[in-house]
Ligand binder design. Sequence first.
Ligand SMILES: Nc1ncnc2c1ncn2[C@@H]1O[C@H](COP(=O)(O)OP(=O)(O)O)[C@@H](O)[C@H]1O
Ligand SMILES: [Mg+2]
Length: 242
Amino acid sequence: MSEACGADRPGDATIRVRGLKFRSGGQDLLEIADLKIDTPAPTMILGPNGAGKSLLLRLMHGLIPPSEGSVRVGSGGTAQAMVFQAPILLRRSVASNIMYALKVQHVARKRREGRLNELLELGGLARRARQPARTLSGGEQQRLAMVRALANEPKVLFLDEPTSSLDPHGSQQLEALIAKVAAGGTKVVMVTHDLGLASRLGEEIVFLHHGQVREQTPEAEFFERPRSQEARSFLSRHLVLP
Ligand SMILES: Nc1ncnc2c1ncn2[C@@H]1O[C@H](COP(=O)(O)OP(=O)(O)O)[C@@H](O)[C@H]1O
Ligand SMILES: [Mg+2]
């Protein structure tokens, strides 16, 4: 019984970073002694340009190897996925883009059609199924990239500024989709410059500065009483007070 439930036990989406260094050109671009991400609701990674947010996400997703230290996502075999700032879509229809992902992720042939329809529906793309993906609006393309990333039913989903090129309406719709995915039990770890979105969706904030984690703070506390001087000055530069 406990064996059978093992893969789904709470904590299977826990991310643990230890003694992590990423060095390039003789510089330590990232240096994180110990970071544990284990809240079920979304974690938002904030920080100035060049702080190392994208690097950290890529390291956590295993796209680049650390110079030192380790990253562990869940129990090792945990399904994870990542969506980038600019989606890379196949020159095919919306449906084929999703179908291709379902095949690559070895979803059983007889389940693919049903799963395709679920994902189209989830992304608000059902009416666009036959349309070439490249002709979608920016917001629709990003929603397609999101639902395509869900093909392997990831326990952890990394998002690198997915709303940064979208207009307010596109951004709102993507935010609603992210909220739905998170409510469905996928752990979302997201980099964003949109502090409103970070505050609405985030349960906790990881604040990066010069390649280091300056604080990891519950969302409400971060925006009211940031612990670090760096976060205070970051917020004072970014929050437009009425
Ligand atoms: N693959 C890489 N190899 C070497 N240096 C990199 C790599 N990716 C990013 N960098 C450098 O690391 C620093 C942090 O970049 P990045 O993580 O993209 O910052 P941001 O917080 O804006 O996402 C920058 O100085 C960038 O030039
Ligand atoms: Mg970045």
